[in-house]
Design a protein around this ligand. Structure first.
Ligand SMILES: Nc1ncnc2c1ncn2[C@@H]1O[C@H](COP(=O)(O)OP(=O)(O)OP(=O)(O)O)[C@@H](O)[C@H]1O
Length: 259
């Protein structure tokens, strides 16, 4: 269980987060929603230790998060994978924290780490492509290898900042499905920020709406109504609906945000 208590972050005159509190259970996939500048990235940065909160606490199973760097698995928008290495070897680098330095330089990983890498590639649906090089994979597949690498790290919490921002709708849905499976099959809380509301609605277990640094909504898919979204994105028109399942439909824009 991840517990965020009274988290605040101030940058000079800007209050980026104000008194944010919520809990996430281990098999939950939570999506952060909110307009630009609402504080989503700041919250994720506080969770992954890149930003120090002004006040508040973050704990996992009662222990302060960030006791170890391996506590947090991060899925990056730009993958950060080694292009000329296979999907398997990239996933394996998630086990670096568990591998003595010299052994990792020589590429010697334990059998347990190798099994974890294969299991993670299975979770993201890329077991058969495990020996394919990253550079020969699509953007969506690369993002899924990034998720597998984060899983091999066996993190206490997995975070993803705009994980599907640069993907076509079909690939975006596959990546979101992998994140949801990661939380369920690896019993890890997953928190992602997203601008595509219809994709969020189709895959999230729960949604936390931020506006001006405060939590203004916390609920499940059935509670995330048009009225809630209108209130959350004040002054911004949103187009919602289930994501497409056919290739032709999937070409349409998934979310339209008009300021
Ligand atoms: N390093 C920083 N220095 C000063 N102000 C910052 C810094 N990082 C974020 N902010 C401010 O904090 C507020 C929250 O920003 P944040 O990036 O967390 O919002 P966001 O919801 O992630 O927005 P977006 O959806 O556009 O990424 C904004 O007003 C932003 O200008």
């Amino acid at each position: 269980m991840l517990k965020i208590s009274n988290l605040s972050k101030q940058y000079d005159d800007t209050v980026a987060l104000e008194d944010v509190s919520f809990e996430v259970s281990n098999d939950e996939f939570v999506i952060l929603l909110g307009p630009s500048g609402a504080g989503k990235s700041t919250l994720l940065r506080c969770l992954n230790g890149l930003t120090t909160p002004t006040s508040g606490k973050i704990a996992i199973d009662g222990k302060t998060l960030h006791d170890s760097r391996a506590d947090v698995g991060m899925v990056f928008q730009q993958h950060n994978l080694v292009e000329d290495m296979s999907a398997f070897k990239n996933a394996l680098t998630g086990a670096l924290h568990d591998t003595p330095f010299v052994q990792s330089l020589l590429g010697w990983y334990g059998e347990e780490s190798k099994a974890a890498a294969l299991e993670a590639l299975q979770t993201v649906g890329l077991l058969e492509e495990s020996h394919q090089s990253i550079q020969s994979m699509s953007g969506g597949q690369q993002q899924r290898v990034g998720i597998a690498r984060a899983l091999v790290q066996e993190p206490s919490v997995m975070l993803a900042d705009e994980p599907v921002a640069s993907l076509d709708p079909g690939s975006a849905e596959e990546v979101m499905d992998c994140l949801r499976r990661a939380s369920r099959e690896w019993n890890t809380p997953v928190i992602a920020s997203l601008h595509q509301i219809n994709i969020a609605q189709a895959f999230g277990d729960r949604f936390i709406g931020l506006r001006e640094g405060r939590v203004v909504f916390d609920g499940g898919p059935s509670e995330l109504t048009t009225a809630v979204l209108d209130d959350l994105y004040q002054g911004v028109t949103t187009v919602t609906g289930a994501p497409s399942t056919t290739p032709s439909e999937s070409d349409r824009p998934v979310t339209e945000l008009k300021t």
